[in-house]
Ligand binder design. Sequence first.
Ligand SMILES: [Fe+2]
Ligand SMILES: [Fe+2]
Length: 413
Amino acid sequence: MTDSANTRFVPPSPPQTGTFKAPEPAAPKAAPPPAKAENTSVQTPPESSTLNSKKSSRDPAIASSLNRVTIGNKAPHADDIRIIGGKNYDVRQPVPIKYPAVREHFLSARNNFWTPHEIAMGDDKIQWNTGDLTEEEIWMFKCNISYLTASDNLVPDNLDNAILAQITASEMRQYMRWQIAEESNHIESYFFILESFGLDEKGQGQIFSLYQDVPELVNKLNWNLDFTNNVVNCEHPQGSREANRALMEDLISYYVFEYLFFPLGFSQVFALARQGKLRNTAQQYQYIWRDENLHAINGRWMILQIIRENPELWDASMQVRTREIINEAVKLETAFGSACMPNGGIPGLSVKSYTQYAQLMGDNLLKTLGLNPLFNIKEHPMSWLSEYEMKQEVNFFEGRVRDYRVGSSLDWD
Ligand SMILES: [Fe+2]
Ligand SMILES: [Fe+2]
């Protein structure tokens, strides 16, 4: 093992009782930690926490699913179609396909469909119940699955409440609806994992509720929620610079979820699997990661296409703001890592490596948007993660490279 955690790891203190306690006291459930992130650069939540409490005014010329169908409404012309802000056509028309790449994403995603219940969980159940995991590993895993489950709620909530209504390209709307179903499938996976361990509803609930108890989890989730609410509660007209700016920031935060927060979270469980622990769970996470990869690919494609179509949105101030957002995200991820591993790491994964991985992904994200890196991490601190990355199923444009059948065993190459 080359990871520095192997030399730095300090075994946790023996528990005082048979019940595992958090290494650091969590805020009591009755008085949850404040929703506002301590990070001073994180935005202040809006006064109203109710999504959809206020709608931005709509321009009736902008294509919208709320626009009434009218007799004689012409089919869209490809030149008129835009990812956002397309005008004077009915958004329900599936043709012409302006963006074949997005349809390709949809078909690839559909080819990747999988179900959590088809992955055997028996080995993990034994390990979970026979003390194979250290208390530090258990704490990390509990924080991990709680955060990821809440995240897989926030992503579709963001798509549903803030983003989809702004999208004026039929194929992108179709893709996002499929994505929402996939995020739901991920929640089922997390639920199935804990259920497979033999935990009853109370036991599952104690784990899932950690996202409401641990400040670092609360802060990270609220950071994303604030971007969603900024779009939903924007008082400027749809299509205005201010409204598009709020949307662009939200899309960057959405891209952070898919490209940075999720892979970082998965890496914690892959580190366990690498030590021979919770390998069934890691297999579930591998399938989820493959989905999130495609979400990130589509998210990046969408942001770049919006910039192409609306270059004024990608001005100097937005580029500066994007770098700020990524910096905030990396800080939040680092704090999350420390909360999950309060003693500096577990065997095979140190907080130091985890932090560098977050910085590396932050830099890579910036580069994919044509921006300069912030951290200049030269080498992947956890290059072994590639062993856990699954290939995308090839879409129909290229033909399938292997026979993937829903209901078959879920082995991969
Ligand atoms: Fe997901
Ligand atoms: Fe996703």
